[in-house]
Design a protein around this ligand. Structure first.
Ligand code: AHG
Ligand code: MN
Ligand code: MN
Length: 334
């Protein structure tokens, strides 16, 4: 039972022992993400003042050069995690290669690697619509004391020890899991404190929302077309409601609370889909499963896919378990 008015800091300390390799390192890592999220949140909230402060690429009235928000968010997360010397490597959607990080005393003793999508839904920034950050944490598989290698990052999603997202919406929230359910924390901006507002989040087993970019319909595989037609049929609780923000974090967050399914299929233009396995699909899949939902590419469990490259893409179907099962059936029977 969640304690009333419990803060994220208190929650982390209280639940540290639940984590099997509990040495405090993972807690410190989540703490750093919490801090970076506040910095990015501050910047996201200023985005609407672009006419006053100057657009990205320009120099503002204070003589500071303005950065694009996705570049800013990327640097903020990397800088925070590097400065605190708690991870041995970072891979980011915004970087071509992974980054090796030394720990205290200039050694390579840290245990965890982090993968991030620093700003998800970036096309929404200019129009004041919710964006997010997604993160994923693994224990390294190469021996401690040596620099990380690509294989530390190319692990199947089921090896994740933590995953989460930050949603910069009407309020800012951190939602994350360390494999013991999903918890959500809402930022009180006046105090700069996150409160445990959403304990033990669960996907309803069924839902009535489907989220897909239907503009690409003609390019979808037959199974997805058939499932969309099913969603639109008049029968029982159907037709379902269509809701698509174009920011995975926001679409997922709504669907987890209300019940629904998110689909980004492969298309003629994107034969492997658009979303990134390591930075977007795996972390969202872990959260979905921890919340009683499912994530699939139509044929396989997302968390069982063996990655072969950092920026790999994959078709993504994620949400309420009965809806995902139904969509898989359509895919497999097409
Ligand atoms: P990003 O901003 O990190 O590049 O991710 C955008 C992703 C995802 O958030 C969203 O659901 C999807 O792209 C939207 O794509 P379409 O505009 O093709 O629908
Ligand atoms: Mn993204
Ligand atoms: Mn992004």
């Amino acid at each position: 039972m969640a304690q009333k008015n419990q803060t994220l800091g208190e929650f982390i300390i209280e639940n540290q022992s639940e984590f099997k390799y509990s040495s405090g390192e993972l807690s410190r890592l989540i703490n750093s993400i919490r801090l970076a999220a506040k910095v990015v949140n501050h910047e996201v909230n200023k985005a609407g003042l672009v006419d006053i402060l100057g657009a990205a690429g320009e120099t503002n009235v204070q003589g500071e050069s303005q950065q694009k928000l996705d570049v800013y968010a990327n640097e903020a997360f990397i800088k925070t995690l590097t400065n605190r010397e708690i991870v041995c490597g970072i891979a980011s959607e915004e970087e071509d290669h992974f980054i090796t990080i030394k720990g205290r005393n200039q050694n390579h003793d840290n245990k965890y690697v982090v993968l991030i999508d620093p700003l998800d839904g970036s096309s929404n920034i200019d129009v004041n619509v919710s964006v997010g950050t997604i993160f994923s944490v693994y224990r390294r598989i190469t021996p401690s004391g040596t620099p990380v290698t690509l294989e530390d990052f190319l692990q199947p999603g089921r090896n994740q020890v933590a995953a989460g997202y930050i949603i910069y919406g009407t309020s800012t929230m951190i939602v994350y899991t360390t494999g013991h359910g999903v918890n959500g924390f809402t930022l009180n901006p006046a105090l700069g404190t996150y409160y445990h507002s959403h304990p033990n989040m669960k996907f309803p087993q069924d839902g009535t929302i489907y989220s897909v970019n239907e503009g690409n319909y003609v390019h979808f595989p037959q199974g997805v077309k058939d499932y969309i037609k099913f969603c639109q049929e008049e029968e029982g609780d159907r037709p379902y409601t269509s809701r698509y923000i174009g920011s995975l974090v926001s679409d997922f967050h709504r669907n987890m609370i209300k019940g629904g399914i998110y689909i980004y299929p492969n298309t003629a233009k994107n034969p492997d889909g658009k979303l990134r396995l390591l930075y977007e699909c795996n972390p969202m899949a872990m959260i979905a499963e921890q919340a009683g939902g499912m994530a699939s590419d139509g044929f396989r469990r997302i968390l069982d896919i063996e990655p072969t490259e950092l920026h790999q893409r994959v078709p993504f179907i994620c949400g309420s378990s009965n809806m995902v099962r139904k969509a898989e059936k359509f895919m497999q029977n097409a």
